[in-house]
Write a protein that binds this ligand. Structure first.
Ligand code: GLN
Length: 242
């Protein structure tokens, strides 16, 4: 099959309620880069009450206010088994901040109530009074330097089943104690980094596309992409104060 007849379907979780600090940009970057790599791309927006699609190659979800997380909680639990099956199967996923927290076991908000997660990631989150806000840079074994922006009250702690995405160089990350940022399990990446993340970190976008393409078609032949704008964005973001 030629690359041009190959296609990838991106499932965008809860764009209505979970989409802050430009997180939607992650979907746009995946779409454009997958096209540059030669794939046709279909984006499916999934909001509460929608029918869960049958064929999904990449799952993306963004951050949200506590109230947004409350709103989607029941529906997320309804589709939790389908998401778990995709995760077990090696489907690549990127979940940011609010949905990162809810892919874990629970998020206890600042007012003390618990929003239960779907437990795909072996993490738990408890809000503290001080919000962790600002530009953040981390080092990751897989992706090198990752640059983003964080704004969360929840502090996340990883258990045995999850590995951190990276180590914080500047900023807070998962919590104000252990210098870790994000969590990975199978082909899932959870992170606090908004920004949006992927325009400034195309290596992560290409990794997600590679996992999806390899799983679906058995191989992935990357095209050379001109990343001058991404490089400039990284350079600029790196210079910004916390
Ligand atoms: N409401 C969550 C918190 O404050 C998530 C915030 C976010 O997605 N930016 O921790």
């Amino acid at each position: 099959m030629s690359e041009s007849t190959k296609s990838l379907t991106i499932l965008h979780l809860y764009p209505r309620d979970m989409n802050i600090y430009g997180d939607w940009g992650n979907v746009l970057v995946l779409k454009r880069r997958a096209q540059w790599h030669g794939y046709k791309v279909k984006i499916i927006d999934y909001n509460p009450g929608d029918t869960f699609p049958r064929d999904v190659d990449i799952v993306v979800g963004g951050g949200g206010q506590d109230s947004g997380q409350d709103k989607i909680q029941a529906d997320l639990h309804k589709i939790g088994p389908q998401l778990k099956a995709l995760a077990d199967n090696g489907t690549p996923m990127l979940v940011i901040c609010g949905l990162y927290q809810l892919f874990g076991t629970f998020f206890q908000t600042h007012d003390g109530h618990i929003i239960n997660g779907i437990g795909i990631l072996d993490i738990e989150t408890v809000a503290k009074s001080k919000r962790l806000i600002g530009n953040i840079t981390i080092q990751s074994d897989t992706f090198g330097e990752i640059i983003g922006y964080e704004n969360h009250s929840g502090q996340t702690f990883l258990h045995e089943g999850a590995l951190p995405l990276g180590t914080v160089e500047r900023g807070a990350g998962n919590n104000d104690q252990d210098n870790s940022e994000g969590a990975c399990w199978k082909n899932i990446i959870g992170s606090y980094m908004h920004g949006s993340l992927l325009p400034k970190n195309p290596a992560i976008a290409d990794w997600l596309i590679k996992q999806a393409a390899t799983k679906k078609y058995g191989s992935f032949k990357p095209q050379t992409i001109d990343d001058r704008f991404a490089d400039l964005a990284r350079e600029h973001a790196r210079k910004r104060p916390r």
